[in-house]
Design a protein around this ligand. Sequence first.
Ligand SMILES: Nc1ncnc2c1ncn2[C@@H]1O[C@H](COP(=O)(O)OP(=O)(O)OP(=O)(O)O)[C@@H](O)[C@H]1O
Length: 255
Amino acid sequence: MIQFDKVVKRFGDVTVLDSLDFNVQKGEKVTIIGPSGSGKSTVLRILMTLETINEGVIHVAGRPLWHELRNDQLIPASEDHLRQMRKEMGMVFQQFNLFPHMTVRRNITEAPVHVLGLSKDKANQRAEEYLELVGLSDQADKFPSQLSGGQQQRVAIARALAMKPNIMLFDEPTSALDPELVGEVLNVIQRLSEEQDLTMLLVTHEMQFAKQISDRVCFFDKGRIVEEGPPEQVFSSPREERTQEFLKGFINPEC
Ligand SMILES: Nc1ncnc2c1ncn2[C@@H]1O[C@H](COP(=O)(O)OP(=O)(O)OP(=O)(O)O)[C@@H](O)[C@H]1O
């Protein structure tokens, strides 16, 4: 579903992704862990087409993301191609990014109406369906500022799902939340992973959750995958010294 081939990303002189090879299968739930600045968010932002790449090729659902095929040659993607490719993915950010002047319902229906061309009725139906999934059916007429951080993040998840993406990207979805609100968001993500046929890529510092939810955990350092494997292996018996050092910083990651 996702394939990075020798992808290089630089910001000025700093190489953030260093010839990265990385694959995610259809339906797979993959968690990326690693120290601050290792390039985790950059991977998601590149997939969401929020950042460009300098070298390499990325395929999403079998099609090149940042390129188009013309006469068997890869050429840089047009804005139209990027717009099409973006429909494959939904992203949930650390800071919710809801539209503050719109109700919860409109936050969710806006893109389905204006990007997918759904009728208002259809989009409203869809909003109800996903608000129910995230446990917020009774909050549709509120504004984001009237909700807790955990509720806002659940609306953000419903909003991303309402575009019916095949891939969901979560960029540290709980790190801006007060500790007592983290659980409700993780519960929703857990439910999604169990009930929806989604490919999921999650960046998180919630190691226990990563262990629970993931088919595979990838440990990133300096723009490369240092170690990857099933969560039991990576958390309980990491092979690489850098992974061991990183995990020592977390309280009982094996629990
Ligand atoms: N727009 C940008 N301009 C310049 N440098 C950037 C930009 N975005 C990210 N970087 C740099 O790229 C590196 C990787 O950033 P990234 O956000 O991917 O790391 P991360 O592993 O997600 O870190 P964290 O866990 O702290 O969020 C960092 O050194 C960061 O400062």
